[in-house]
Design a protein around this ligand. Structure first.
Ligand SMILES: NC(=O)c1ccc[n+]([C@@H]2O[C@H](COP(=O)([O-])OP(=O)(O)OC[C@H]3O[C@@H](n4cnc5c(N)ncnc54)[C@H](O)[C@@H]3O)[C@@H](O)[C@H]2O)c1
Length: 269
């Protein structure tokens, strides 16, 4: 799918093995210039250097309209236009072990601070970045929001994360209608299980907190979860997500907006 001449801004794309970098790589392979945005601390320059085409890395908090407006202005100075925004920044969790224990309803209570943190990292990022970047798109564009299969059905261990990602699905549909008069399409991808830093940290916590996992390697724990939960029997790759993001942003999808598609090997069924 031809992305020649397009400029694509991807949030949360600072780590080379993350979903954001994988999505950016797919756009870059199709000829787009990519703008990688992440929080300070991510190895942005190294990740940008690993792209097959033109790429820059910018430090910004995707939950801040001000910071994202500055990032978008910087991208405009460099490339003159922005055609695609991928709202990928997010934080998986909080880990159930960080939640406040209740004897009656295990896992149901989330400390206020953790609730706010999860809603900010996973939902407010999508809103703030869209509001900052979409005005730069001139009459035609594509926004791709990355939610999770956790948005599509209850995740008893992760009430805040599930609610935030369900909010991303809802916001996708609202923005699809609001941005349609300017021919800006908004679609959503719900990934299932991918071996990224998020799961590296998640399995480290599981090993620490759960005697059942103590003697297992982190990767082994992840593979066990994939085998137990995914009908197609395999984890997804960042490219599985990136291919759909490229399709959503291509002219082949010119009449698709407000769509929500799971890429989870059937995990969501
Ligand atoms: N890995 C999975 O199995 C999985 C499954 C479903 C959905 N997701 C979603 O996919 C997205 C990417 O996850 P990942 O697995 O690559 O995780 P990751 O932790 O490897 O990458 C997330 C990236 O987002 C960045 N980030 C977080 N908050 C930010 C902010 N406010 N501003 C800018 N950057 C920010 C982080 O620094 C990091 O680089 C997330 O939205 C996550 O919820 C992941």
């Amino acid at each position: 799918m031809d992305m020649d001449g397009k400029v694509v801004l991807v949030t949360g794309a600072g780590f080379p093995n993350g979903i954001g970098a994988g999505i950016a790589h797919c756009f870059s392979k199709e000829g787009a210039a990519v703008v990688l945005v992440d929080l300070e601390g991510a190895p942005l320059d190294e990740t940008a250097a690993g792209m097959p085409g033109e790429a820059i890395g910018l430090t910004a908090d995707a939950a801040s309209q001000k910071a994202m407006t500055e990032a978008a202005n910087r991208a405009m100075e460099q490339y003159g236009h922005i055609d695609v925004l991928v709202n990928n920044a997010g934080v998986v969790g909080p880990d159930p072990m960080q939640e406040m224990p209740t004897e009656d309803i295990p896992g149901a209570t989330v400390a206020d601070q953790l609730w706010d943190k999860s809603l900010t990292a996973n939902l407010h990022t999508t809103y703030a970045s869209s509001i900052a970047v979409v005005p730069k798109m001139v009459d035609k564009g594509s926004v791709v929001n990355i939610a999770s299969v956790a948005a599509l059905g209850p995740q008893p261990g992760q009430p805040a994360y599930g609610a935030a990602k369900a909010g991303v699905v809802h916001l996708t549909k609202t923005h699809a209608i609001q941005f349609a008069p300017r021919r800006i399409r908004v679609n959503c991808i719900c990934p299932g299980l991918l071996w990224t830093r998020a799961w590296e940290m998640g399995t480290a916590n599981m090993k620490r907190n759960n005697p059942e996992y103590r003697d297992k390697a982190q990767r082994e724990i992840f593979e066990q979860i994939v085998a137990q939960t995914t009908p197609l029997g395999a984890e997804q790759t960042p490219e599985d997500i990136g291919h759909l993001a490229v399709f959503f942003s291509s002219d082949k999808a010119r009449m698709i907006t407000g769509a929500v598609v799971a890429v989870g090997g059937g995990m969501e069924l």
